[in-house]
Design a protein around this ligand. Structure first.
Ligand SMILES: *[C@@H]1O[C@H](CO)[C@@H](O)[C@H](O)[C@H]1NC(C)=O
Ligand SMILES: *[C@@H]1O[C@H](CO)[C@@H](O)[C@H](O)[C@H]1NC(C)=O
Ligand SMILES: *[C@@H]1O[C@H](CO)[C@@H](O)[C@H](O)[C@H]1NC(C)=O
Ligand SMILES: *[C@@H]1O[C@H](CO)[C@@H](O)[C@H](O)[C@H]1NC(C)=O
Length: 630
C-alpha cells in the first residue's frame, strides 16, 4: 500500500533539505513545504470551481454560453476533482502531521490526506462508479414486470412507479407481490448480491490505503470517533420506548386495514406494510387512522398559492427567515445572476433544488413547484446556501461541514420551524398561530411516521453495510443477518419465508451506498437536527419546557438573533474543528442524543401510551423467525 506514497516522500525530503541550513528548523520547513503543496492544490481547485461556474451559467442560459466556448461536462469536473484530491492525498500523506505547529494547518492536512472511494486507483475508482450506477439502476431502472405479460405494459421502476403504486394500494396482496417481484428481479442470477459484494471489496481496499485495519474507520472517516456505530445504537435504544408505542399502534392499524392478512397483535410488522406507511406519512388516504379524525389539519395549499404566488417569492421568504436571524442578506444581484429556475422537465420525480459552490460565488437552481412540502424544503436549501457563504472564507480543505450530515442537520431546524402553525400564521397562511390539540396530535403522528419509522431503517441499513465490511457478518449469512437486524431494531419481518438465496435489502439501502448520500448521513441529519432545533428553540425562548403554550413542536425561532448567533458561529467554523466541538456551541453536548426527538414528540408519546392501553395492545414484538439458511 505504500507504493503510492513513495515518490512524494522523496520530493518532500528534497524540498526540505534544499531549504535548510546547518541549524535547520524542521518545523518551519515542514510548514512551508506543506503550505506550498496546499497553495498549488488551491490553485487547481480554483480552476475546478471555474468549470463549475461555467456549467451553472451554461445550464441556465438556454444554450448560450455567456463565457464563450463549450462548458465542461459534469464528468470532466468530477474527473478533475478526483485527480486533484487523489494526488493531493498522496502528496500530503508523507507530511509529519505532529510536527506542524499551526492547528489549522494540521487539520487541513489530516482531512485532505485521507479519502474514501476517491482514494482508489483510477481503474478501481471507475469500477466503484460503475457499481454504484448499476445499483442506482435497481432503483430507477425500468426493470420490473408486475404483470405476467410484460409485452403489453412497460416494465416499471422501483422509484417512483412501484413506490407510488404501493403508496396508493389498499390490497395487501399487491404490496406483497411488488415487494417480492422487485427483489427477485434485481437479484436474478444473484446480481444484486454479487454487485454489492464487489462494491464492498472496493470500500475495503479504500480503507487499506488509509492504513485502517477496520474498514469502517474509512466509512466513518470524518466522524473521527473510535466506535461511531455504538454511539448511533445508543440513540436507537434511547428513543426505543417511543418507537415501540408507535409500532404497536401502527401494527394494530395494519391488522384492521388488512384483515385477510391475519397479522397478529403481538408480532412484527410486515416489511411491505412498513414501507407503505412510511410513504403515506403525508398521503391523505393513509391506512393508519389519525388520532382525531374529525380535527382535519387546516388546508394550506390554497392560501399558500395566494400569499406566496411565485417560486421566487417563496425563495425570498425562505431567505428572509435567515436574514431575520441576522445571517447573510441575499442581494438583488444574487437573484439576478446566481439564482436560476429549473426547467419543468429537469427536476425529475423529486425536483430538489440545488446549491452550487464556486467561491467567491454560490448559486442556486430551484425547483419551480409551489406547495407546502417544497416551501419547507427550500428552507433547507437556503440553509445550505448560507453555510456555503460562510465557509467559503475558509482555506480549501476546511471549507466543508465538519462531518457528513452536519449541514443538513442545521437545515432541518429551519425546515421544522417553517412548517409550524406559528410560522404559517406569521406568513398569513394560517389565521391561528397554534393548532387545536387534536390537530396537533394528527400532525405529530404524521411527523412521527415520517421520522420515527425512518430512523431505525437508516441505522439498520448502515449497520448491515458496516458489519459486512468489517467482517462481522459473513457472506453465507447476509440475508438472515439482515432480518435479524430488522427484528431487533425495528420489529419488522419479511412477508414470506426467506432464505440465503435471497438478498432482501430495500431501495434505501442501495441509495445509501454512496458515501455522499449514506444512511449514516441521513441518521446524523435527523438526530442532530432535532438536537439543534431544541437548542435554537430554547435560545430563542420559543420552547418553554413545561409551558403548554410553547411546546417544542410549534416552535418558530424566526427573528431570534440568539438562535442566529449560534447558527452563524457553527457555520463559520466549517471543518476547522471536530464536529463535537462545533455542536457543543449550540447544544452544550458533545454526543448524539435522542433528547430532541423525545421532547418534540412528547405529546404523541403520551397519547400513544393511553391509546394503546385502551386498545389493550402490548407494545413490543415477538417475531416469528422467517429466514433460514438453505
Ligand atoms: C523552530 O521555530 C519555531 C518558531 O519560529 C520555534 O518555536 C521552535 O522552537 C524552533 N525549533 C527549533 C528546534 O529551533
Ligand atoms: C503532487 O506532487 C507532485 C510532485 O511535486 C506535483 O507535480 C503535483 O502537482 C502535486 N499535486 C498536488 C495535487 O499536490
Ligand atoms: C386559536 O387556537 C386556540 C387553541 O385552539 C383557540 O383557543 C383560539 O380561540 C384560536 N384563536 C383564533 C383567533 O381562532
Ligand atoms: C407560558 O409563557 C407565557 C409567556 O412567557 C406566560 O405568560 C405564561 O404565564 C406561561 N404559562 C405557564 C403555564 O407557565
Amino acid at each position: 500500500m505504500l507504493w503510492r506514497y513513495l515518490w512524494p516522500l522523496l520530493l518532500l525530503v528534497v524540498a526540505v533539505n534544499c531549504n535548510s541550513n546547518s541549524n535547520s528548523n524542521h518545523t518551519n520547513n515542514y510548514e512551508e513545504s506543506t503550505l506550498r503543496i496546499l497553495d498549488v492544490a488551491t490553485q487547481r481547485m480554483r480552476s475546478i470551481w471555474e468549470m463549475r461556474k461555467r456549467i451553472f451559467l451554461q445550464l441556465t442560459s438556454k444554450g448560450k454560453s455567456p463565457l464563450g466556448g463549450q462548458a465542461p461536462s459534469k464528468q470532466e469536473v468530477e474527473m478533475e476533482t478526483y485527480r486533484l484530491v487523489y494526488e493531493l492525498a498522496a502528496n500530503l500523506s508523507v507530511v509529519p502531521v505532529e510536527q506542524l505547529r499551526d492547528p489549522k494547518l494540521r487539520r487541513r492536512v489530516q482531512r485532505l490526506a485521507k479519502l474514501q472511494l476517491q482514494g482508489l486507483r483510477p481503474e478501481n475508482y471507475e469500477q466503484s462508479k460503475d457499481l454504484l450506477r448499476a445499483m442506482q439502476n435497481f432503483i430507477s431502472g425500468s426493470l420490473v414486470c408486475t404483470h405476467e405479460d410484460c409485452s403489453t405494459r412497460r416494465p416499471m421502476a422501483m422509484y417512483p412507479q412501484l413506490y407510488n403504486q404501493n403508496m396508493r394500494t389498499k390490497r395487501y396482496e399487491d404490496l406483497k407481490f411488488n415487494w417480492f417481484t422487485w427483489r427477485s428481479t434485481i437479484n436474478d442470477k444473484d446480481t444484486a448480491r454479487s454487485t454489492f459484494i464487489d462494491y464492498v471489496r472496493l470500500l475495503r481496499m479504500a480503507a487499506t490505503y488509509n492504513g485502517h485495519v477496520t474498514p469502517s474507520r474509512t466509512w466513518y472517516l470524518h466522524y473521527d470517533t473510535e466506535n461511531f456505530q455504538a454511539e448511533m445504537e445508543a440513540v436507537i435504544w434511547e428513543i426505543m420506548p417511543l418507537y415501540r408505542e408507535l409500532h404497536a399502534y401502527l401494527r394494530h392499524s395494519a391488522m384492521l386495514a388488512y384483515p385477510k392478512a391475519n397479522f397478529k397483535d403481538d408480532g412484527a410488522i410486515s416489511a411491505p406494510v412498513l414501507d407503505q406507511m412510511l410513504s403515506q406519512a403525508w398521503y391523505p388516504h393513509q391506512i393508519f387512522p389519525s388520532p382525531y379524525p374529525k380535527d382535519q389539519l387546516p388546508s394550506v395549499h390554497h392560501r399558500l398559492e395566494e400569499v406566496l404566488v411565485t417560486p421566487v417569492k417563496i425563495n425570498k421568504k425562505a431567505a428572509e427567515f435567515f436574514e431575520s436571524l441576522g445571517l447573510n442578506h441575499m442581494s438583488d444581484g444574487f437573484y439576478e445572476r446566481y439564482s436560476r429556475r429549473m426547467n419543468d422537465d429537469e427536476g425529475g420525480p423529486d425536483c430538489k433544488s440545488q446549491v452550487y459552490y464556486f467561491p467567491p460565488e454560490v448559486a442556486l437552481r430551484y425547483c419551480p413547484k409551489l406547495d407546502y412540502k417544497k416551501m419547507m424544503q427550500i428552507h433547507g436549501t437556503m440553509a445550505e446556501l448560507q453555510y456555503n457563504i460562510y465557509k467559503k472564507e475558509l482555506p480549501f480543505g476546511l471549507d466543508t461541514e465538519p462531518c457528513p450530515g452536519f449541514g443538513s442537520a442545521l437545515g432541518e431546524t429551519v425546515v421544522l420551524a417553517s412548517g409550524t402553525a406559528r410560522h404559517l400564521e406569521r406568513l398569513h397562511i394560517l389565521i391561528n398561530d397554534s393548532l387545536t390539540e387534536g390537530q396537533s396530535l394528527n400532525r405529530l403522528l404524521r411527523m412521527g411516521v415520517h421520522t420515527l419509522l425512518a430512523i431505525p431503517q437508516y441505522f439498520i441499513n448502515d449497520k448491515f453495510l458496516v458489519d459486512v465490511m468489517d467482517g462481522r457478518i459473513g457472506v453465507s449469512e447476509y440475508n438472515c443477518a439482515y432480518w435479524g437486524l430488522q427484528d431487533k431494531f425495528a420489529g419488522v419481518q419479511p412477508p414470506i419465508w426467506r432464505t440465503e438465496k435471497d438478498f432482501d435489502l430495500d431501495y434505501r439501502f442501495y441509495r445509501g451506498l454512496h458515501p455522499d448520500t449514506s444512511n449514516t448521513r441521513k441518521f446524523m441529519a435527523e438526530i442532530l437536527g432535532f438536537q439543534f432545533y431544541r437548542s435554537f428553540c430554547l435560545a430563542s425562548g420559543q420552547y418553554k419546557p413545561g409551558n403548554s403554550s410553547y411546546p417544542l413542536h410549534n416552535c418558530d425561532f424566526h427573528g431570534s438573533t440568539e438562535a442566529g448567533n449560534l447558527m452563524r458561529e457553527m457555520m463559520q467554523l466549517g471543518a476547522t474543528r471536530h464536529w463535537r466541538d462545533i455542536m457543543e456551541i449550540a447544544t452544550g453536548e458533545r454526543k448524539l442524543s435522542g433528547r430532541g426527538v423525545l421532547e418534540y414528540f412528547a405529546p404523541l408519546f403520551t397519547w400513544l401510551k393511553e391509546r394503546n392501553m385502551q386498545l389493550e395492545i402490548e407494545p413490543g414484538w415477538d417475531a416469528d423467525d422467517l429466514c433460514r439458511k438453505d
